[in-house]
Design a protein around this ligand. Structure first.
Ligand SMILES: Cc1cc2nc3c(=O)[nH]c(=O)nc-3n(C[C@H](O)[C@H](O)[C@H](O)COP(=O)(O)O)c2cc1C
Length: 191
């Protein structure tokens, strides 16, 4: 008898559905921004491994496809701490833990992620950061995230070089890390 059949045998139907509603996978979300696709692959791999719901941040005004244009714009936006309006702020209120992903932009989170963290949506949540980069690794992302979300707990994250995320070995590592960190969080908070 598997776990679900066992539960059905010993619990009334209402209680089984209530249990399903609060099953761990339902309590985890993945929120990310990606300009050229690497962080999107990373986010999808986490979603596939954990069953988490995945939300992509979309700036109201799409960034240029030109690398040199977006690099200059991102520098200006960082200096001005500009928060580009998004099409929507994902509602993560029902999730206890949120994987938050960004490309490294000028040594920290990308501008759309800055908008999301400034919205307060992550207040009181457990945040699991992940980042893709081309040399600067985490940069100031964890420190800037902590400053922006002082009421949240920030778990150990994962960092990957650029498009190495597309390698099968990286996808295996992502799956193993994502499942492990989720287990640790749910155990720690008895969720
Ligand atoms: C605007 C911009 C700024 C960047 N700044 C950095 C940086 O400071 N350090 C770094 O290692 N990589 C930097 N990169 C490279 C990206 O972090 C890297 O290519 C990342 O994997 C892209 O993720 P994405 O495909 O999800 O957009 C920058 C890329 C862009 C477009």
């Amino acid at each position: 008898m598997n776990r679900s059949d066992f539960l059905k045998a010993i619990l009334p139907i209402a209680a089984v559905s209530a249990f399903a509603e609060t099953a761990p996978a339902r309590k985890t979300a993945v929120v990310f921004y990606s300009w050229s696709g690497n962080t999107r692959e990373f986010a999808r791999a986490i979603g596939e491994a954990t069953g988490a719901d995945v939300f992509e941040l979309e700036p109201k005004t799409k960034y240029s496809d030109s690398y040199s244009v977006v690099v200059k714009q991102a520098k200006r936006e960082l200096e001005e701490q500009y928060k580009p309006p998004l099409n929507s702020i994902p509602d993560v209120s029902k999730y206890a833990a949120v994987f938050l992903g960004t490309p490294n932009w000028w040594g920290t989170m990308s501008s759309p992620v800055r908008t999301f963290v400034a919205s307060g949506a992550l207040d009181g949540k457990r945040i699991i950061p992940f980042i893709t980069h081309r040399g600067s690794r985490w940069g100031n992302f964890p420190a800037d995230l902590k400053k922006a979300c002082p009421k949240s707990e920030i778990a150990d994250g994962m960092v990957l070089w650029g498009d190495s995320v597309k390698k099968t070995s990286a996808r295996r590592d992502i799956a193993a890390w994502a499942k492990k960190i989720r287990r640790i969080i749910f155990f720690k908070y008895r969720l």
